[in-house]
Ligand binder design. Sequence first.
Ligand code: ADP
Ligand code: MN
Ligand code: MN
Ligand code: MN
Length: 358
Amino acid sequence: MTDSTTISNTANLLKYLNLDQKGSVQAEYIWIDGSNGVRSKTKTLSKKPESIEDLPEWNFDGSSTNQAPGEDSDVYLRPVATFPDPFRGGDNLLVLAECWNADGAPNKFNYRHECAKLMEAHKDQKPWFGLEQEYTLFDEYGQPYGWPKGGFPGPQGPYYCGVGTGKVYCRDIVEAHYRACLYAGIKISGINAEVLPSQWEFQVGPCEGIEMGDHLWMSRYLLQRVAEEFGVKISFHPKPIPGDWNGSGLHTNVSTEAMRNEGGMKHIEEAIHKLAKRHKEHIAVYGDDNTLRLTGRHETGSIDNFSYGVADRGSSIRIPRSCAKEGFGYFEDRRPASNACPYQITGIMIETICGGLE
Ligand code: ADP
Ligand code: MN
Ligand code: MN
Ligand code: MN
C-alpha cells in the first residue's frame, strides 16, 4: 500500500494543451505488460499517419516489465490499431501495439496474436462479443472508496444502479471515462453502478472478432488514465473485499451469425454443449483468483461445475429470457473474472464453438 497519491493538476495542464504542436503528432504507444496491466510511452511523429502502416515499429525495455530477461531485453511494439486521443485531442493518437521478441516470436504475454488467428479462421461466422467489465474504486490509502475508515458500509442493496449520496461514489470518474471512450471511438454500450458499494460496470460491444479485445483493453487503459487525475485506484480484482460482498466479473456475451438469426437457439444449445465439455480449459484462462469469486453465491455459479439456464444468474451460462422467447440471439458466459484477458476469453470461446486452427 502506498501512502501518498498525487492528484494531477489537469486544470493547469489545459493551457499547455492549447499550444500549437507545429504539425507534429503525439502517438501514445500502449501495450499489455507481464502482470495483466497496461503500459505506455509517447513518440513524436513528424506528420499525421494516414494508416496503421505509417506508424513505425518501436521497442521498450522488457526487463523492466517482466516481459524479457535483462540480457536480451528489447521487446518490439507493432502497432495494430489506433484511436483518437481524448487527453491530448487534435490529431494525436493512441496506438495499441502487440509485443514481439527479438527472435521474431510473439512475446509470451501477447495473447492477441493467437486470438487474431482464430478470429481470422472463423470470420465467416461473424462472431460478436459484448463484455461487461466490473471494477472497484480504491482511495489513496488502499481503502474501498468512500467506505468508513476501519469499518464497513451498510449491507448490499441500495448501491446497484444507485442514485444519491452514500449510494454511489465517484460518478465523476465514471462519466469522464464514458465520454473519453466515446471520443476515442470505443464501442462502449453503457455503464451502471454495481452491487458492492464503490463498484461499477461498463459494457463494451457488440464487437466483431479481434475488435473485442482491442476495445476492451483500450477502455481499461482509458479508465486508469482518467482515474489518475482523481487520485483513485482502479481494482480489477475478482474478489476485492472478502466475505459477504459481491465480486467482479467480466461477463462475456457471445453470438455467431447463425445464433442471431431465425432458428438460432439450436446453434446456441450446440455451443453450450461444447462449452460443457471444456469447463476446466475455459476456467484456466478466465482470470486469476477466480476461485474466490465463483463460489455459487453472490450471483455466480460454482467454479467446479458447469451449468446453464434461462435467466439464471447462478449458472455458468445464462440464456437471456428475451432470446429464449424469440428463439434466437446470444448467450452470456458468466464465468470470466474481471481481471481476465479478453483476447484469451474470446479466443478460447471461438476455438470451442467454431473449432481450432489447422
Ligand atoms: P446484463 O443483463 O448481464 O447485466 P448488460 O446489459 O450489462 O447485461 O450487457 C449485455 C452485453 O451484451 C452488452 O455488452 C451488449 O453489447 C452485448 N450483446 C447484446 N447483443 C449481443 C449479441 N447478439 N452478441 C453478443 N453480444 C451482445
Ligand atoms: Mn451487466
Ligand atoms: Mn454486473
Ligand atoms: Mn451480465
